[in-house]
Design a protein around this ligand. Structure first.
Ligand code: LLP
Length: 421
């Protein structure tokens, strides 16, 4: 399942030596393992066993057309967050009846497009949104299936920017208000209430937090039913955390030690909540993003300069925060590993990009094997929210993306040119 591994001193993706890929296609470069992508998807699917369910891949994590095509072929669904993601999903081959639409600010044109394409459902976030969807549905002679995204005030042990289930977040509808809306749902002629949705945040590695949220959602569904409100679908969202620390190991690499993500797997997180969700007797939907793509991807970069200043050593690489913003934005950890390991000496360094921002870094005060100008490094577990959050800041061109299948490589997105950027 994990396909990015050292063989002797060389880092491979499946049967392909990553340094060859970096030399052939240039850096910075996103590289994905096809087999890892499919394995992660299939492991999640198998965990459901005979439970009636629908997994909708959260397109925002990585919307590359080839990745979407491969996942659509697996028969799963997609969760879109904009008209762009709806179009990408449909073009990639996801069946409209397996597409959900999430987001706190859906535009009228987006709602109309989704209705005309007969998607499975809207995860709705406010009464005003329900009103608008109902009006557009009436005008277009369609009917909208909705799930109320409920905010159950769950505290999540994750970065505050990726925590969405607490009372003060912009997401979801408060429990009492959601109950009131559900009781009055017949007042919205274009709407059919089919379920309840909850998504408490992202990169959550604590099973207990998920179990609490699952218990709350199931209790809420039971309360709705006690008022005669029929709830068929329980959409539990995504957020299943993945291991970022110590993703690859080698005797020449420093060890990250025990971390909160050590040993976490989506399958185990799911296994701990499915028995709770099952009690609802609903069809279970999930919207995993990171847990399908994160481990399948790496960002390759080349060392441009080594600079010592102010008592620190800076490794200046050719990738920057415009290519992978997670460390700058969330102080997120990505393991950094040389594509060829030849140094047994370790040193304390900052790994920084070329952009004119102090926040343009990948690691600060990190112990790494010594490297030199021209060496190649991998930023690991970069398949989710990597390219997806990339930009043209500082007039930079977004990197190419490569899919590895065994010993074959194919370009699945061309590097931008200066003219395009
Ligand atoms: N469903 C909804 C409604 C979402 O908003 C998200 C992610 C997902 C599903 C998928 O969550 P996942 O399984 O990937 O955790 N850029 C941040 C993560 C932001 C997540 C946004 N919503 C990062 O790089 O960590």
């Amino acid at each position: 399942m994990e396909e990015i591994r050292y063989r002797d001193n060389r880092l491979y993706c499946e049967e392909t030596f990553l340094e060859d890929v970096a030399r052939q296609f240039g850096t910075p470069l996103y590289v994905y393992s096809k087999s890892s992508l499919l394995d992660h998807c299939r492991h999640i699917e198998r965990t459901f066993d005979d439970i009636e369910h629908l997994s909708c891949y959260a397109v925002k994590a990585n919307g590359n057309r080839e990745i979407l095509r491969l996942l659509a072929n697996e028969g799963i669904g997609a969760d879109a967050g904009s008209i762009g993601e709806l179009v990408l999903s449909i073009e990639a081959g996801f069946l409209p009846e397996k597409i959900t639409f999430s987001g706190v600010g859906k535009g009228d044109d987006e709602i109309e497009f989704a209705l005309r394409n007969n998607i499975h459902s809207f995860n709705v976030e406010s009464e005003e949104e329900i009103n608008v969807i109902s009006e557009i549905a009436e005008r277009t002679w369609t009917m909208a299936n909705i799930l109320l995204r409920v905010n159950l005030d769950i505290q999540t042990p994750t970065h505050r920017y990726t925590s969405t289930g607490h009372k003060h977040s912009k997401f979801g509808i408060e429990r009492d208000r959601a109950l009131e809306i559900a009781k009055r749902i017949s007042a919205f002629p274009g709407i059919k209430l089919i379920g309840i949705h909850s998504h408490i945040g992202s990169q959550i590695t604590d099973a207990e937090t998920f179990r609490n949220a699952a218990n709350e959602v199931v209790a809420f569904i039971q309360e709705l039913r006690s008022y005669g409100i029929d709830i068929k679908d329980l959409n539990f969202g995504g957020g299943f955390g993945v291991q970022y620390h110590d993703f690859v190991s080698h005797p020449l690499l420093p060890n990250d030690g025990i971390q909160t993500d050590s040993g976490v797997t989506t399958v185990n997180l799911l296994k701990s909540i499915l028995p709770v969700l099952k009690e609802s007797n609903c069809r279970i939907l999930i919207q995993p993003g990171r847990s399908i793509v994160a481990h399948a991807g790496v960002l390759l970069t080349k060392v441009l300069y080594i600079k010592e200043s102010g008592g620190k050593k800076f490794i200046i690489v050719d990738a920057g925060m415009n290519d992978l913003i997670r460390p700058s934005l969330y102080q997120a950890y990505h393991q950094i590993a040389p594509l060829t390991l030849y140094q047994s000496t370790h040193e304390l360094v900052d790994v920084v990009g070329p952009l004119c921002e102090t926040g343009d870094f990948f690691a600060q005060d990190r112990t790494l094997p010594a490297v030199h100008r021209g060496d190649f490094l991998a930023l690991l577990c970069a398949g989710a929210y990597g390219f997806a959050l990339s930009s043209n800041y500082n007039g930079r061109q977004r990197p190419a993306e490569i899919m590895v299948d065994g010993s074959e490589c194919s370009i699945i997105r061309n590097r931008e040119t200066v003219q395009q950027g």
